[in-house]
Design a protein around this ligand. Sequence first.
Ligand code: NAD
Length: 476
Amino acid sequence: MSDELFEYAPAPESRSVVRIEDSYGLFIDGEFVSAKQTFPTIDPATEEVLAEVSEAGAEEVDLAVDAARTAFERVWGPMPGRERAKYLYRIARIIQERSRELAVLESIDNGKPIRETRDFDLPQVAAHFFHYAGWADKLEHAGYGTTPIGVAGQIIPWNFPLLMLAWKIAPALACGNTVVLKPAETTPLTALAFAEICRQADLPPGVVNIVTGGPETGRLLVEHPGVDKIAFTGSTEVGRRIARAVAGTGKRLGLELGGKGANIVFDDAPLDQAVEGVVNSIFFNQGQVCCAGSRLLVQESVAEELLTRLKERMATLRVGDPLDKNTDVGAINSAVQLATIGELVASGEAEGAERWSLECELPERGFWFAPTIFTGVAQSHRVAREEIFGPVLSVLTFRTPAEAVEKANNTPYGLSAGVWTEKGSRILSMAQKLRAGVVWANTFNQFDPASPFGGYKESGFGREGGRHGLEAYLAR
Ligand code: NAD
C-alpha cells in the first residue's frame, strides 16, 4: 500500500507498567545493598539515563559468594528436590503474572522490540523455570547423579538478558546449587527485577545473589576461590580469558560463546518460506543473536530470485521505537556495539563485497543500524568470518551439497545452521555433516526448554536446556 493511501499509526506499549528506580543496589543475601561505585544504564533507543546501578567490587563479591555458600550448606543443598520445585514453580508463575512489565522493562533497557520481548523472551523465560521446576524432584532419572556442585558464578551477556538469566539460574537451582549472577553492564534492570521476584517468591536469602558491574566484577567472580563452578555466556575472546583463569583451579566451567551460523538454501526449497526464515535468522533481535544465520549460503541457480524476494521482504521491515508493537527491528544495544558493526561493515565494503542497506528513516537519537546485506562475499572476507552481531547478512553461493557443507563448516565457530530443502534425506545428510550444535530444518531460531543448546569449536562447550542442561550443575 502506498504512503499516500496509508498513514502510519504507531501502537506504543505503555511505559507506565514499569517503575524504574533512580538507583539500584546489589542483591546479596536477600537484601538490596548499595556499593561504593555506581554506573548508569541507558535506554539505547533514546540515550536517556534510566538509572544508576551499583558496581560490585571485591568486598561485595565476597559478601555475595559467602551468602551463596551459607545458603547452599544450610538451606538449599539439603532441601529435598520436591521442596525446591515449589519455589521454582512459584518463580515461574510470578514471571508469567508480571510478564508485561518485564517485557517492557527489557525493551527499554535492551532496545529490542516489544513484540519480541512479549512473544519470545518472556514466554521462554517462564517456560525455562517451569521446565526445570519439573526436574527438581526427578534428578535421579536424568542420569547425571543428584549431588549439586555448590556455588555457581554465572556471567551473562546483554542480548537476551532475562532469558540468559533463566537459562543459568533455573537448572542451577533445580539441582540444588546456589548462585551469584552477574548480568551485562548495559542490561542490568531485568535481573534486578528478578531479584525482587525472588523476594516475592520467599526464596531463602542467599540462594540467588545478583552482582551488577562490568568486566572487572566478572573477573572478581571468576577468580573468587569460594566459587565451585563458572558458567559463562558471551564472546569467545572473554571466554578464552576465563578458561585461562579457571584452568588448574578445580572449578567446573561451561562456555557458551559466539557463532557465525550458515543458513543454507537449496534450489528445491520453498523460496518464500526460506525468505521468511532468512529474515528471522538475521534480523531477529537486530541480529544480536549468538546463533544468528549471519551467513546465507544459497544455491547458485536460485540466488538471484531469492535475493530479489529477500529485498522485497526487507522493504517491509519497520525499524524504530522498540515499544511500538509494529516494530520489527529495534535499537542496537550500545554505542560500542554500534561502532563494532560499523567497523565490520566498512571492512566488507573495503574488501570488495557489495553492500545493500534498507532505505529507512532512523531516529535521530539512539543507536540504530539499517538492515543490510552483502553480496559478492568471499570466504576470506571479514564479514564472512567474524561475528558481526548486528543486522548484517553476508551472502555466499554454492553449486553442490558438498560445497555447501564445506563452506558452512569453514569457520572457527560451530553453534547453529539452517537447511532449506524439500528433501528429507538431504536434511538428514546435511545435519550429520554440519559441525554445529543445532541444525534447524526449514525453520530457524526455534527454542524449547526441553531441547539442549550449545556449540562446537570456538562456540564453546557444554549444553544448556533440557535434561542435558542438568549435567552442568551436578557433581554426580
Ligand atoms: P562479552 O564477552 O563482552 O560480555 C559477556 C559478559 O562477560 C558481560 O557480563 C561482561 O561484563 C562480562 N565480562 C567481560 N569481560 C570479562 C572478564 N574478563 N571476566 C569476566 N567477565 C567478563 O560479550 P557481550 O558483548 O556481552 O555478548 C555478546 C557475545 O555473547 C557474542 O559473542 C555472542 O555470540 C555471545 N552469546 C553466546 C550465546 C550462546 O549461548 N552461545 C548466547 C548469547 C550470546
